[in-house]
Ligand binder design. Structure first.
Ligand code: B12
Ligand code: SF4
Ligand code: SF4
Length: 402
């Protein structure tokens, strides 16, 4: 807020956090809180995380300001006008089994993570709701008599993922939930199937709203289920993830080759990973969402691996129009499906994989060769080279946590 402008009337200002939370509820959010802009202690570990290369190929995480500092370490530097961050969260859980439950044992099918089944990409679904909150807030302030502050002088900026901030740290200090050992924000009532969205604002609540900046208490206690269940040991310490090892990163962000030593542990995950949330006790009774955009698209819960591995560009565009799965690109999705075939222990995929090892996409071809060798290892004496004898072996090599 411009320092020369008078502050808004006290009665409006003290009521504002409640009004904002009401606007968020009206827009369909399940949770809303307000955090002050601060250089919180959790942000101080970020430079070392980047210096160690734990962000892998996600170059945007390294973005720096003109002084050479990492943008994400200090919102105060990159958005000096911002005083508070309104954090909104929406439940995306749908009533389908978890990846760790027995229903996924059909070895011819893979796993797309829960957040990506949706009818609509969460970036759009959450951003449109944030804009609604922003507009209602502007309207509310505009219509307030006796406060000559045109809302043009107030600043708001809404982000879903793309802002120069680590949303989970602000969510913690807005009271949305605690940062679990799996690094996810967990709410005591709703669990962790939450999307976050933030509105940076020049409104300064720190003096007026005593609840601003109060973190939700950590309720992980002595539990370490997520750390133990992670098939790639990507959670290297409580609250610390090496993204390069995370199946979510490997299947969504990583282009080209997946490191050989990680492929087996990826099981049949073809896009994202839910294991460290599936095993979390706080998700045992997680309620289902009422937002229609997050209902699952047909065919995406436990998708057939041969369907994905053979998908053509036209079908990919049609099936995944407006879906977060587009992020992996067709090449990445087919590569992931081929790895999953290699991990299925199911020899029925051998003919498909033999065809795909000659695929014009080098990533698909290379991983198909690996998958054939992997099936060969699992089926023991059964041969799959030229002149092979195909057996019926179906030993499962999915992660033990499934
Ligand atoms: C890059 C990214 C990823 C990367 C890296 C994830 C990661 N943990 O860093 C990959 C591709 C692996 C990923 C995966 C997923 N992601 Co993601 N991702 C992001 C993104 C864009 C940036 C996150 C980031 O800055 N990471 C950098 C690291 C260093 O930060 P951090 O893990 O948040 O760590 C902080 C805390 O852990 C804190 N901390 C907490 N406890 C402790 C304890 C100690 C001792 C210390 C020192 C520090 C500390 O310190 C860190 C800050 O420096 C955010 C959106 C955003 N702009 O924030 C979404 C976001 C975090 N992702 C989200 C989701 C849904 C997922 C997946 C569930 C998707 C899926 N099913 O596959 C998985 C979850 C995997 C996991 N266990 O984290 C949601 C999380 C919602 C929630 N409930 O928490 C977000 C917020 C997107 C959104 N707008 O809703 N993601
Ligand atoms: S998302 Fe999967 S791979 Fe990544 S930390 Fe969680 S369990 Fe491990
Ligand atoms: S599984 Fe246990 S340790 Fe991991 S986030 Fe959930 S409560 Fe915390």
């Amino acid at each position: 807020m411009c320092p020369n402008w008078p502050p808004p009337p006290t009665h409006l200002f003290s009521a504002l956090p409640t009004r904002i939370k009401q606007c968020a509820r009206d827009a369909g959010f399940d949770l809303c809180g307000i955090a002050p802009v601060r250089d919180f202690a959790e942000l101080q570990v970020f430079p070392a995380w980047i210096a160690d290369g734990k962000h892998g190929e996600m170059k945007y995480m390294q973005a720096q300001d003109e002084t050479g500092e990492l943008k994400r370490t200090s919102l105060a530097r990159v958005a000096p006008w911002a005083r508070s961050v309104i954090v909104c969260a929406i439940n995306y859980n749908t009533a389908h089994p978890y990846s760790t439950q027995a229903q996924t044992e059909d070895t011819s099918r893979g796993w797309i993570s829960r957040y990506a089944w949706s009818q609509k990409d969460y970036h759009d679904a959450v951003l449109s709701r944030l804009k609604q909150v922003e507009n209602e807030l502007r309207g509310l302030l505009d219509s307030t008599a006796n406060w000559p502050l045109a809302t043009g002088n107030l600043q708001f900026r809404s982000y879903v993922d793309t802002g120069p901030l680590i949303e989970r740290v602000y969510a913690k200090y807005a009271g949305i939930g605690w940062i679990g050992k799996n690094t996810c924000i967990i709410n005591q009532q709703l669990g962790s199937w939450l999307f976050l969205g933030v509105i940076l604002t020049s409104l300064d609540f720190t003096k007026d709203d005593l609840t601003a900046g109060l973190p939700a208490p950590d309720r992980c206690g002595t539990c370490t289920r997520c750390i133990t269940a992670c098939p790639t040991q990507a959670i290297i310490a409580p609250g610390e993830l090496d993204a390069r090892l995370c199946i979510s990163y490997l299947t969504i962000e990583k282009r080209g080759d997946i490191p050989d030593e990680l492929r087996s542990a990826m099981g049949r995950h073809v896009f994202g990973c839910d294991i460290c949330q599936d095993v979390c006790p706080w998700n045992r009774k997680a309620p289902a969402t009422s937002a229609p955009e997050f209902e699952a698209r047909e065919g995406l819960v436990n998708p057939a691996l041969d369907w994905l591995a053979d998908m053509q560009p036209e079908e990919f565009r049609r099936v995944f129009r407006g879906s977060p799965v587009r992020r992996a690109k067709l090449s990445g999705l087919r590569r992931n499906a081929v790895i999953a075939m290699g991990n299925s222990g199911d020899n029925k995929f051998v003919p498909t994989l033999k065809r795909l090892r000659e695929d014009s996409d080098p990533a698909v071809a290379e991983h198909a060769r690996w998958a054939l060798a992997s099936l060969d290892r699992v089926s023991g004496s059964e041969k799959i080279g030229p002149g092979e004898v195909l057996g019926k072996g179906t030993t499962s090599v999915v992660p033990s946590s499934r």
